[in-house]
Design a protein around this ligand. Structure first.
Ligand code: APR
Length: 243
C-alpha cells in the first residue's frame, strides 16, 4: 500500500466485517477456529433454529454478548482510524457494518448502520420494540415495553431474514466515489455484492483484508494484511474536498 498516490474522495462508503474486530478478540465466522466451525448456522442463526430450540440460540448469543462486554474487548487501531477519518472527512461518509458488536460506536464512529443488527439490543416478537439489552436474555425475560414474557429475541438479522437499512445503503452506494471493504470474506449477500453497486456508480473500489476475499476480482485495488495496520495507513492517504 505504501507509495500510493493521494486520491480525492467526496463520498465514501466503508463496509466492515468480522475481520476488523478480530484483533479486539472477537472470533470471526469463517476463519480457522471461527464461530461456524463449532456451531451449525441452521441451529443458531436462522428463525427456524430459534423456533426449534430457543434456549440454545439465546445461550449462543448470551455468550457472545457477555464476551463483548468483558473489559478485554476494546476497539483496536482499525476502529479508531475509521472514527478519526469520519471526524475530519469533509465529504459524505457512511460506515456500513455487518458486525453486531459495538466497537465502531465505542471508537467514536457516528454515521454507522448495523445491517445485521446489534448484540446489545433485544427485539420483542410481540410488540416489535427494539430495546437496549446487556444482560442474558432468559427464556421468560419480559419485554420492558409490552411486558409480555418470553417474547424477546436477540436483535440479530439471521439467515433468511432481511438485512436492515438496505434502501439507504444502496442510495449511498449509487452516489459514492470511494468504496472500501474491510475484513469481510465476501461470502454473504447482499453485502458481498456492494462492490458491484459501487463499481456501477464509477467509484474507486478497494479491498483491505487478511486474504483475498471471494469478491476480490470485483475490486480495483486489493491489499492483504492486518486491519490494525492497513486501515490507519490507507485512510491517511485519502484526500478530502478542499483539504
Ligand atoms: N485484519 C483483516 N482481516 C482479517 C483479520 C484481520 N486482523 N482477521 C481475519 N480477517 C479476515 C478473514 O481473512 C476473513 O476473510 O476477515 C474475514 C472474515 O470473514 P467472515 O468470518 O466470513 O466474516 P464476515 O465476512 O463479516 O461474515 C459476514 O456472515 O455469518 C454471517 O452474519 C454473519 O455478518 C456475518 C456475515
Amino acid at each position: 500500500m505504501s507509495g500510493q498516490k493521494r486520491q480525492l474522495s467526496k463520498r465514501c462508503v466503508v463496509l466492515t466485517g468480522a475481520g476488523i474486530s478480530a484483533e479486539s478478540g472477537i472470533q470471526t465466522f469463517r476463519d480457522q477456529n471461527g464461530l461456524w466451525e463449532n456451531h451449525r448456522i441452521e441451529d443458531v442463526a436462522t428463525p427456524e433454529g430459534f423456533a426449534r430450540d430457543p434456549q440454545l440460540v439465546q445461550h449462543f448469543y448470551n455468550l457472545r454478548r457477555a464476551q463483548l462486554l468483558s473489559p478485554a474487548v476494546q476497539p483496536n487501531p482499525a476502529h479508531i482510524a475509521l472514527a478519526e477519518f469520519e471526524k475530519t472527512f469533509r465529504g459524505e461518509f457512511l460506515l456500513v457494518t455487518q458486525n453486531v458488536d459495538d466497537l465502531h460506536e465505542r471508537a467514536g464512529s457516528h454515521n454507522l448502520r448495523h445491517m445485521h443488527g446489534e448484540l446489545l439490543k433485544a427485539r420483542c416478537t410481540h410488540c416489535s420494540s427494539i430495546v437496549p439489552w446487556q444482560a442474558d436474555i432468559e427464556l421468560l425475560s419480559p419485554c420492558p415495553r409490552c411486558h409480555r414474557s418470553g417474547s424477546l429475541r436477540p436483535h440479530i438479522v439471521w439467515f433468511g431474514e432481511m438485512p436492515l437499512y438496505m434502501q439507504e445503503i444502496y442510495d449511498a452506494l449509487r452516489q459514492c466515489d470511494l468504496f472500501v471493504s474491510i475484513g469481510t470474506s465476501g461470502h454473504v449477500y447482499p453485502a458481498a455484492g456492494f462492490v458491484e453497486q459501487a463499481r456501477a456508480a464509477g467509484a474507486r473500489t478497494v479491498e483491505l483484508n487478511l486474504e483475498r476475499s471471494a469478491a476480490n476480482s470485483f475490486f480495483d485495488e486489493s491489499y492483504q494484511g492486518l486491519a490494525s495496520v492497513m486501515i490507519p495507513q490507507f485512510f491517511a492517504q485519502v484526500q478530502h474536498p478542499g483539504a
